[in-house]
Design a protein around this ligand. Structure first.
Ligand code: PEP
Ligand code: MG
Length: 593
């Protein structure tokens, strides 16, 4: 593919994934990571020792480089991401990777490069089969460590971003966490990559640094020549190469407007999410990585409404023990204090697979051994996690949340195991919050139908609308063929939400939403009117939702819900809601319908 330079055609537009919002205009810096192709060759038995030694040396050098990266990080926002480097260090200690490659050198009589390639291919195959976007992208950690090892094995350079001479948009095939840690942030104004999506490390880091990023462009590195002027729009996922003067002007205006709006939203961060007539809602952040706590705090989150603990179980052959989990939870809890952190127990299975847990093949994984069903079957693992959560509760306010509950028996068994863990911890001299609140996720139709009974057993309810909509409407949430039927405003979904709110209210307990519905400003009035106490979402959405809440009266939202419940179909509900929102907030919802 021919590279584009300044004399070639103007305004070449590429579309990728808008992974971090904002607009950057500048010249490109291409990180040359021409993929190194490992070459496998047979070796004589006499060469085995030298190859094993070369492999071990490469592992040692790689570890040292990563330790150096860690030591060099002074920026607090980056320091929050250091655990990614720890993950890479853990991968370098992974038995499957190290011992597996060494056994291949010894057993198959192949060189170290070839053995490493075979091992990495095996890892990749596992990640490839994962449907969940977030988990699948953790494959990039393995790729990044593999590439580092390979470069060290064959003595190639590790090009770094420390040497930028001017403000630049970084163009790369992929960026490893080590690349992003080492870069000179004062000079990086945007990211463009060939691979990666919204949940890749580059995306998460770009969002927490507030740097626009467009990822997954496939051929960016093949097309872009060093120094080429580029515009990136991280909100829409657009990249314009070699922009014309009119494009420059257009995007300069857009950039100013974006920055003006951001400053305006910033003003909401310290304010309460309270309606004009004094009804208060709590807005919390959803967190997958400990690093996201920083973003949540910056956006004004009053705690974590959903800490998805699956991340700790990824990128490893085994599962994390009690101590490791305790330290991870504790870090989040301490950083968030005095606000609460709602730690959800492992939600594995369905579309969420982790390498260290071997789930049997199931014809219908979404209806199979997932979430609490798995935890209750694997009690030893579950108790490790319960103990870690309990111990973390000694360092701040913790709430525990059990996923995918379908009936009373499950929650009663969870409580028994909690009691058992508490008794054991007490006997061992550990402290914990004995009043720690217990909640359940309402994600299944059965939980909705018996929410009145479930509410008697727990301290709070949290609706996982991503799954609830899937199970309520019988639509696989990851299946693009039925995506058009995934309707959050379906009359059945609205009635389910109403039923759960009423159950919580009559039991006198709190009810929240932690699925994607909570993050959508369009739905804010509906959720207010239904009576939710808490909305938990990707923290970057908090100011937008708060801005809407602060401009309405609770009574009008209750009236709105009554009107919406009279509509018979999701499109009718949507149309009515859009009309109302457009009338109330013409600057935010400029619908054309
Ligand atoms: C949900 O189902 O809405 C939810 C928050 O859980 P997850 O998306 O992790 O399944
Ligand atoms: Mg769920």
């Amino acid at each position: 593919m021919e590279k584009i330079n300044r004399t070639t055609i103007e305004d070449i537009t590429l579309y990728g994934i808008g992974a971090s919002p904002g607009i950057a205009i500048g010249s490109s810096y291409v990180l040359d990571r021409t993929r190194i192709k490992p070459v496998e060759r047979s070796i004589a038995p006499a060469e085995v020792e030298a190859e094993v030694q070369a492999f071990r040396n490469a592992v040692g050098i790689s570890k040292k480089q990563l330790e150096d990266v860690k030591r060099g990080v002074a920026d607090r926002r980056l320091a929050e991401h250091l655990h990614i480097i720890d993950t890479h260090l853990l991968i370098l200690e992974d038995q499957l990777l190290v011992d597996g490659s060494i056994s291949l050198i010894e057993g198959e009589l192949i060189n170290a490069e070839g053995a490493l390639k075979r091992t990495l291919d095996k890892f990749r195959a596992v990640f490839e089969s994962i449907e969940d976007e977030y988990l699948r992208e953790r494959r990039s950690d393995v790729d990044s460590v593999g590439e580092r090892l390979l470069r060290n094995l064959i003595g190639a350079d590790q090009q770094s971003l420390t040497e930028l001479e001017q403000k630049s948009v970084i163009v790369a095939h992929d960026l490893s966490p080590a690349d992003t840690m080492q870069m000179d942030k004062t000079r990086v104004i945007g990211f463009i990559t060939d691979v990666g999506g919204r949940t890749s490390h580059t995306a998460i880091l770009a969002r927490s640094l507030g740097i626009p990023a467009v990822l997954g462009l496939e051929s960016a590195t093949a097309l872009i020549r060093e120094g080429l002027p580029v515009i990136i729009d991280g909100t829409s996922g657009t990249v314009i190469l070699n922009p014309s003067e009119s494009s420059f002007r257009e995007y300069l205006d857009k950039k100013q407007l974006y920055e003006y709006r951001e400053r305006e939203l910033h003003g909401y961060r310290g304010l309460a999410a309270e309606t004009l007539d004094g009804f208060r809602v709590t807005l919390r952040g959803n967190v997958e990585l400990a690093a996201e706590v920083e973003l949540a705090l910056r956006e004004g989150a009053e705690g974590v409404g959903l800490y998805r603990t699956e991340f700790l179980y990824m990128n490893r052959a085994g599962t994390p023990g009690e101590e490791e989990q305790y330290l991870a939870y504790r870090a989040v809890v301490e950083r968030m204090a005095p606000h609460p952190v709602t730690i959800r127990t492992l939600d594995v299975g369905g579309d969420k697979l982790v390498a260290g847990i071997d789930l049997s093949d199931e014809a219908n994984p979404a209806l199979g051994l997932r979430a609490i069903r798995f935890s209750l079957q694997e009690e030893t693992l579950f108790i490790d996690q319960l103990r870690a959560i309990l111990r973390a509760s000694n360092h701040g306010k913790v709430r525990i949340l059990f996923p995918m509950i379908t009936g009373l028996a499950e929650i009663r068994r969870c409580k028994e195991l909690m009691q058992k863990s508490m008794a054991a911890l007490t006997a061992e001299g550990h402290s914990f919050d004995a009043q720690l609140q217990i909640g359940i996720m309402i994600e299944t139709p059965s939980a909705v139908l018996i929410s009145e009974l479930l509410a008697q057993e727990v301290d709070f309810l949290s609706i996982g609308t991503n799954d609830l909509i899937q199970y309520c409407l019988a639509i696989d949430r990851g299946n693009e063929h039925v995506a058009y039927l995934y309707e959050p405003l379906h009359p059945a979904v609205l009635r389910a939400l109403q039923m759960v709110c009423r159950a919580a209210q009559s039991a006198g307990i709190e009810v929240g939403i932690c699925g994607e519905m909570a993050a959508e400003p369009l739905y804010a009035l509906v959720l207010l009117g239904l009576g939710f106490d808490e909305l938990s979402m990707n923290a970057s959405c908090i100011p937008r939702v708060k801005r809407i809440i602060r401009q309405v009266r609770r009574v009008e939202t209750v009236e709105l819900v009554t009107e919406l419940l009279q509509c018979g179909t999701a499109p009718e509900v949507l149309q009515h809601l859009e009309e109302v929102m457009q009338r109330r907030f013409p600057d935010i919802f400029p619908f054309t319908a």
